[in-house]
Unconditional design. Structure first.
Length: 250
């Protein structure tokens, strides 16, 4: 059975939905810092006749990232690596230096580590796919508010993913998704508590993206042999499509 390693795969954002989607056709290694949640999700997937295991992995630690990837390459070929780990819980405007370090170490550094370490494993297995996660906030180059460091890291993730299209000639496909606001419970609760003016001030999209839609886009990018160096974006939360120049705003 083909295998997929999902970093941040037990996350309360889209991580759990991504793990469940891949577990329908692959053995999933849920690599997450939250041991309890990762184990519980793996158990639930197995009880639903899926195939899954959990590995404790801190995206900031190359040794732990490598361990998770090795788990994904045992007893079957590793075909997919998803980089979904994020320090978004640290989001707070400009914030202190240690917050900047977290974004750099997790959202960008974690993606870099897992991507680079996965490339050689995927090559040895005959090829596969890496899917990274950016954010529509990274496309607003001069937007007001939010976290400058978070946006910078997510823009770097996007650029890295697009530039690594050169790996397609070695049968390693690197793609990226760029979601807008996602319909997870705490976001839905937050939005429901806002006035019309506050929604406008925060830039709340007309539509929050269901986590299942995120997972389906991930799966499509990971399994389509013709997709390499592709970024999928949800402008204003609407239907997903490939990134276009008009999506990047000054």
């Amino acid at each position: 059975m083909d295998k997929a390693v999902i970093f941040g795969g037990a996350g309360e954002g889209s991580g759990q939905a991504i793990s469940r989607r891949f577990a329908r056709t692959m053995h999933v290694v849920i690599a997450d810092l939250d041991e309890r949640r990762a184990r519980a999700l793996a158990r639930d997937i197995r009880e639903e006749n899926g195939s899954a295991e959990s590995v404790i992995a801190d995206a900031r630690d190359a040794t732990e990232v490598s361990k998770a990837l090795r788990a994904g390459s045992q007893t079957g070929p590793l075909r997919v690596v998803v980089n979904n780990a994020s320090a978004v819980d640290a989001f707070d405007g400009i914030g202190p230096l240690d917050q900047w370090d977290r974004f750099l170490d997790v959202d960008f550094g974690g993606t870099v580590r897992a991507t680079r370490l996965a490339v050689d494993i995927l090559k040895a297995a005959g090829g596969g796919a890496i899917v990274n996660v950016s954010s529509t906030s990274a496309l607003q180059l001069r937007r007001q508010g939010g976290s400058a460091m978070y946006d910078a890291c997510k823009l770097a993730v996007l650029l890295l993913s697009l530039r690594l299209d050169v790996l397609a000639k070695e049968n390693v496909r690197v793609n990226c998704i760029i979601p807008h606001w996602i319909a997870v419970p705490h976001i839905v609760e937050f939005v429901n508590g806002l006035s019309v003016q506050e929604r406008a001030d925060y830039g709340v999209p007309d539509r929050l993206i269901p986590v299942e839609e995120i997972a389906e886009a991930m799966y499509a990018l990971a399994t389509d042999p013709n997709k390499a160096g592709v970024a999928i974006v949800w402008p204003n939360g609407n239907a997903p499509r490939e990134l276009e120049p008009k999506d990047i705003r000054m």
